[in-house]
Design a protein around this ligand. Structure first.
Ligand code: ADP
Ligand code: MG
Ligand code: ZN
Length: 609
């Protein structure tokens, strides 16, 4: 099969002898340029567009990997109106979202391109007339569901095929065919029959999801030919500024301050986890004079359309949304994307942040992080679905791995965000090219690696003691015991009697927090939610599935941390601190509760930056 391999994913790769090295001299070139100017009103091509269009007209399968906003649509819209292609006739475009198709169809009609949208609103008569008539459309947009279930659709396509009137199949947002991605669509799966049914028709697949596993999966499922032309490019988005901000209790104030100072009256998206949260945050923003609306899957279609429309027309600036607000949101001037909740994967994070700055102008991507959010995601992953069917162990593993990768990304306080993010897409990115467009590059702070093997083992030992006594303990209580805190709570429960009491006295408390978090992240410890008589749930900590392995292993445990100015050995220099512009400074951290009678929430709410 045609696979992307190794470093070739970083550049344009074609695998056959037909070369696109110089599409300007090819036979299709004059026709392509004419259509570019007269039909689409554009002057020049963006990276890889001309090459992909040329190969499509040469009759080859084409795989286009391009970041969001890169200009994938043109790669199939333009060949559809060219008369020089090796295969002629209707270009069939499969796309996952109706809204997305409507937008495209509308804009093509404005350009006088003959296009037909076959959705549930189109009657059988209309479809019959358009597709069986003398003058067939250049492009047919169809949902995967229609293609799968509708007999008429299959009959009509069969007829066109026999008459050699199918120019090519286009699978837009092709990652929806892969169960690896978060956007998997059941009806997309059936696109794996296209090749067998229409063996002579070339296929073009397009996606902004660059992970090699996904690309290989799409290639196999669509049965792309061995000589498929692959077009890929760096997924770096140079105009986006990436930063992670610790989620303090005052995060709402911090966020509003950021928007008011840096993006007043500009378009933005804030991603939250639940519907209630979206509504809540949108309400607070409005109360504080911002123009904001919520958007989630629980709204009626009409409400969604209205909200989207207002946002598109800049009548509303900020959309507070769940990830239901996603694919196909084509607004060029989104100036910021804020994540209030932990993204489910780096892939998702990249796609969501990718909705900022599609016009190429500077935009901010801010993620508010607290470790507690990981624990919530982790719990959610294991939850049974609506029919009370528990998720499979593979699914739990896959989702947990994905969430852990996000946490590691957030906790990394030294490496360039781009290097890490693009590494996830198998792209080797040179940090120099970041141009200080991420927090870690822009504000380097000395970082210390500390061997915490002993303290980690004491922590696990302590939780084992509690488990053997069948006693429940919170993460915050563990921390206090390990620190040797002398509080009423500790004394009343005689917690100063445990062998581990005070055994991590030498560690700064934020480092000890990090040790405990790391153990949770490695599944050595895990959270257990217990319903109290009051109806509230309390989170306790117990040994996790990796506890045994951890205690047996001889591996050392390390944490990276930023020593606090004044307190620790290596504070950031005055110069480094002075260089930080006020608007980009991290929000002030509350003072840690001196009595150390911390509730479990507080432990996470005050994470070190
Ligand atoms: P993608 O599907 O890759 O996310 P789109 O096809 O929606 O991207 O294109 C994003 C934007 O870029 C659109 O507004 C489109 O009109 C514009 N665009 C695409 N190609 C060109 C080009 N060659 N010149 C100027 N603008 C372009
Ligand atoms: Mg697109
Ligand atoms: Zn960087």
């Amino acid at each position: 099969g045609a696979n992307l391999s190794g470093p070739s994913t970083l550049s344009t790769t074609t695998r056959s002898t037909t070369s696109t090295a110089c599409p300007e001299t090819g036979s299709h070139y004059p026709e392509i340029m004419r259509n570019l100017r007269t039909v689409f009103g554009l002057q020049s091509f963006r990276h890889n567009q001309l090459e992909a269009i040329t190969e499509a007209l040469n009759g080859r399968d084409v795989f286009v990997l391009m970041p969001t906003g890169g200009g994938k649509s043109l790669c199939y819209q333009l060949p559809a109106v060219c008369k020089t292609g090796k295969t002629q006739g209707v270009t069939v475009v499969v796309s996952p979202l109706l809204a997305l198709m409507k937008d495209q169809v509308h804009s093509l009609q404005e350009k006088s391109v003959d296009v037909f949208l076959w959705n549930s609103e189109a009657s059988w008569e209309e479809a019959n007339h358009r597709m069986r008539g003398v003058k067939k459309p250049n492009l047919l947009y169809i949902t995967p569901e229609k293609l799968k279930e509708n007999n008429t659709a299959q009959n009509i396509l069969g007829e066109l095929y026999r008459k050699k009137l199918l120019a090519r199949f286009v699978v837009d947002e092709a990652h929806c065919i892969s169960t690896w991605g978060q956007d998997f669509r059941e009806a997309y799966r059936d696109l794996n029959t296209l090749r067998a049914r229409y063996p002579d028709v070339p296929i073009m697949a397009l996606t902004a999801t660059a992970r090699k596993v996904t690309v290989d999966d799409i290639t196999q499922r669509l049965k792309l030919r061995d000589d498929c032309a692959f077009f890929t490019q760096s997924f770096n988005r140079p105009n986006l500024y990436y930063s992670i901000v610790p989620k303090s209790k005052k995060w709402m104030e911090s966020m509003m301050d950021f928007i008011a100072k840096k993006h007043p009256k500009q378009s933005g998206v804030i991603y939250c986890l639940g519907r209630d949260k979206c509504e809540d945050v949108a309400k607070k923003l409005k109360e504080n004079g911002f123009s904001a609306k919520h958007f989630h899957a629980g709204m009626t279609q009409l409400d969604k359309d209205l909200t989207l429309d207002e946002w598109r027309k800049d009548k509303v600036n900020i959309i507070v949304a769940t990830i239901a607000f996603g694919m196909g949101i084509d607004k060029a001037d989104v100036r910021f994307v804020i994540h209030f909740s932990l993204p489910k994967s780096l892939d998702g994070y990249y796609q969501e942040t990718g909705r900022a700055g599609r016009d190429g102008k500077p935009a901010d991507c801010v993620l508010y992080f607290q470790f507690k959010d990981y624990m919530s995601v982790r719990n959610m992953i294991e939850r049974p679905d609506n029919n009370n069917v528990p998720p499979s162990p593979e699914s739990i593993k896959r989702q947990t791995d994905a969430a852990q990768a996000v946490v590691k990304y957030c906790q990394d306080i030294s490496q360039c965000r781009r290097v890490r993010l693009l590494h996830y897409f198998d792209e080797k990115f040179d940090k120099v090219k970041c141009g200080n467009q991420c927090d870690n590059c822009a504000h380097p702070v000395p970082c210390v690696t500390r061997d915490v093997t002993r303290e980690a083992r004491e922590a696990v030992g302590l939780i084992r003691v509690f488990q053997e006594r069948s006693e429940l303990v919170t993460l915050a209580q563990c921390r206090d015991i390990l620190r040797g805190a002398n509080t009423a709570a500790i004394r009343n429960k005689h917690h100063d009697k445990e062998a581990q009491y005070g055994s991590a006295r030498d560690l700064p408390s934020e480092v000890l927090d990090q040790v405990l978090q790391q153990l949770c992240l490695q599944d050595v410890l895990k959270e257990k939610s217990v319903q109290q008589a009051s109806g509230f749930h309390s989170e306790y900590v117990v040994l996790g599935p990796e506890a045994q392995n951890f205690q047996r292993s001889k591996d050392k445990t390390y944490v990276d941390w930023r020593p606090k100015p004044g307190k620790a050995s290596a504070p950031p220099s005055k110069k480094q601190r002075a260089e930080k512009p006020a608007s980009q400074r991290l929000p002030a951290k509350g003072r840690r509760n001196a009595a150390l009678e911390a509730d479990p929430i507080e432990l996470y709410d005050e994470d070190p930056p």
